[in-house]
Design a protein around this ligand. Sequence first.
Ligand SMILES: Nc1ncnc2c1ncn2[C@@H]1O[C@H](COP(=O)(O)OP(=O)(O)OP(=O)(O)O)[C@@H](O)[C@H]1O
Ligand SMILES: [Mg+2]
Length: 393
Amino acid sequence: MNSQPESKAFLTPLSLLLVEDDRIDQMAFRHLVENEHLDYEYSIASSIHEAWAILHSRHIDIIIADYNLEDGTALDILTKHHDSPLIIVTGAGNESVAVQAMKAGAYDYLTKDIQHNYLKLIPIVVENAVKRRIAEGEAGELLRERIRREILQDFIRDMSHDLRTSLTTPGTSLYLLSRYVEDMKTLINAPNTHIAAIKQTALKIEDRIQLLKEYQKHLEQVILDMLEMVKIDDLSPFEMEIYDLNTLIERAIQPYKRRADRKGQDFTYTLHSEPLFVMASPDHLASIVRNLLKNAIDYTDHGGSITVKTERVNEEAVLSVIDTGVGIASQDLNRIFNRFYRVNSARTMSGAGSGLGLSIAKQLVDLHKGRIEVESVISEGSTFKVFLPLVSV
Ligand SMILES: Nc1ncnc2c1ncn2[C@@H]1O[C@H](COP(=O)(O)OP(=O)(O)OP(=O)(O)O)[C@@H](O)[C@H]1O
Ligand SMILES: [Mg+2]
């Protein structure tokens, strides 16, 4: 299959594939290329079967295929191979077939009109197909650029909103702190002030400082999450290697086991009895585990339980993180993977969340060509499952 980049697709000579079972037509094509000195590097296949072999072995710029072939029709090539533009050749008087092929995605068609030597039209039709493919490539690049810009704009809008909201409380706190300090000065300078009144104001100051510390931690976490998101964009598939999921998971969960213990939660893990080989980036897989386990622990009360499991289901390795925590309402389930989305109740719970954890986890799972699923019942708990394709070693 073609794996060359788009930009290299139309270097001359053009590589053409003619799929034609008629020997005379094949010969006529050869003569045309030689006599007209066309800058084509061509291959000829007599059947769809032969065409597949060629398409799988090298890059082909343009395919010219006779409609009726001994093992199928040119439409079979169209439905299975989308990389190279296809020009269809139909028998004279068979224009309806040409229309059908154009609807199915053929770039152009030629009618076998021997009298008018239809072969002479090949250079023009090929040139048109090349121009159209280049234009489509440019349009595709523009579209990709627009999508990139929209994602960035959404991200900046969400982030600004979150940061502005997060700065409201510190702003109020700073105002109150300066007032408490003024109160304190007045109390200290006033005659007959009771020490208890000073102590009371000092406590208020302490409370506000504590709140400011929490917000500072929260903002720090938002920035760390944002840096992690930027790093995800840089992750190239080449940084992935084959690893046993069990080994990676066992390593990644240790700090969280201690954290759950400190919170009085029962933490257990069961790993599949055999290695589960997957293509992975260990750092990013650890980040997926970290985000899921941090949530399981944060959104489960003291005394609850957290279970981590790996298993094999068909051709996939499955990692489950199960908790007996607060659960997530069904209307929130498909929004929790959005950036900055936090269920209302989570805002009041411990842990300075920024609402980025699950969106990071999902992006990383996507990069591993996997998927993430969640099931949850309010007040009973949640199960997050990560499915990764198994690879054979
Ligand atoms: N295991 C869970 N149990 C209950 N609610 C959960 C669980 N995991 C996620 N949630 C809900 O989904 C929301 C989004 O989770 P996410 O991890 O993206 O953000 P966060 O935990 O709020 O912040 P952070 O960016 O620090 O992870 C949480 O705020 C919480 O409401
Ligand atoms: Mg989280």
